[in-house]
Design a protein around this ligand. Structure first.
Ligand code: ACO
Length: 327
């Protein structure tokens, strides 16, 4: 029988600096009331100028390794989901390898926006199924504050910084990943994008004056796509695991908007204690949001041995994904 892959340790790391809705009131034309009711966000963590994506990712990884009792030297592969790498080259994963001294690990980044962690976890799952002795760090890490236009109230109240990591290896029992579902729709790429700083457009005054170095989002359209895709991938993934809604013990969805989470709770007919929420503390940290939530749930005693967990994400691209696992 093919062994399952399981998460043997989790870790997360957010910058110390906190930016509250009240702080934003003094920066732009907004209010704590608007942000809280429309998004559920009360505060977010923002990196200091000398704090980089790879610093947060490496610290989250150290904590996951420590929980799993695994030495950095024994890590075989590091996969980082991110849309805000330190630089185009090298990958964040290579910088994490250096920071950890994980000299025996291969390393690469995955570009799947907010689904970056679930894409990374799904890739890790395939490697471990082939070789259950492998130890793989799947990480989601972002410094979105440096790709946010702090004059644009429609986006700057949403996005934030942080990292989460999971150490994935072979399972000795029935615990572990059961189904993985990956999806994308490039037709609507322009509803959520950072146009500039790739190779399509020159970095010149024109690009900077258009604000193309920053996140652009058609919020309402994204919202409509997100709720549809998340509900659909939740059902697809549970069906492939042979579960119905009653079998689910905890849903951890991408923390993008409390109204999306409420919608999912209703549509999937789940009581509120089965839907994990921490968007109030961290805002939308894109690829980092699910592994941060997973680590909080794990360390907070919300995950019990044998629990059925569903992870689902949605982000620019569009990309969306789901993973079911038995804890
Ligand atoms: N403060 C005060 N007013 C604001 C703010 C703000 N920060 N932002 C927008 N407004 C105003 C708008 O200007 C608009 O005013 P108008 O009616 O006078 O034109 C009004 O509020 C309503 O704006 P909408 O954009 O229609 O507000 P909506 O209820 O759609 O909420 C939001 C906006 C929160 C962005 C929502 O659309 C959303 O969450 N979309 C989905 C985002 C998402 O899911 N992203 C996940 C994937 S992406 C990723 O994670 C990287």
């Amino acid at each position: 029988m093919i062994k399952r892959s399981k998460i043997a340790g989790t870790g997360s790391c957010v910058p110390v600096k906190v930016l509250t809705n009240k702080d934003l009131e003094s920066m732009i034309d907004t209010s704590d009331e608007w942000i809280t009711t429309r998004t559920g966000i009360r505060q977010r963590h923002i990196a200091e100028p000398d704090e980089n994506n790879s610093d947060l990712a490496a610290e989250a990884a150290r904590r996951a390794l420590s929980m799993a009792g695994v030495d950095a030297a024994d890590v075989d592969l590091i996969i980082v989901g991110t849309l805000t790498p330190d630089m185009p080259m090298p990958s964040v994963a290579c910088l994490v390898q250096k920071a950890l001294g994980a000299w025996n690990a291969g390393a690469f980044d995955v570009s799947a926006t907010c689904s970056g962690f679930l894409y990374s976890l799904s890739i890790a799952d395939k490697f471990v199924k082939e070789n259950p002795a492998m130890k793989i760090l799947a990480i989601g890490s972002e410094v979105l504050s440096r790709r946010t236009n702090w004059q644009d109230r429609t986006t700057c109240v949403l996005f934030a910084d942080g990292a989460g990591a999971a150490l994935v290896t072979g399972s000795d029992d029935q615990s572990g990943l059961i189904s993985t579902c990956l999806h994308a729709d490039g037709k609507v790429w322009d509803l959520l994008t950072i146009r500039g700083l790739g190779t399509a457009y020159p970095v010149d005054q024109d690009l900077l004056s258009k604000g193309w170095q920053y996140i652009e989002m058609k919020g309402r359209d994204v919202f409509k796509h997100a709720v549809k895709a998340l509900e659909s991938v939740a059902n697809e993934c549970m069906e492939r695991a042979g579960w119905n809604n009653d079998d689910l013990d905890l849903l951890i969805a991408h923390q993008a908007n409390i109204r999306i989470l409420d919608f999912l709770r209703e549509r999937l007919n789940l009581p509120s204690e089965k839907v994990f929420i921490n968007i109030d503390k961290y805002g939308n940290t894109s690829a980092a949001s699910i592994p941060i939530a997973l680590d909080e749930a794990n360390r907070g005693g919300r995950l019990k041995k044998g629990d059925n967990i569903l992870l689902i994400s949605f982000g620019g691209g569009f990309t969306w994904a789901g993973v079911t696992m038995r804890w």
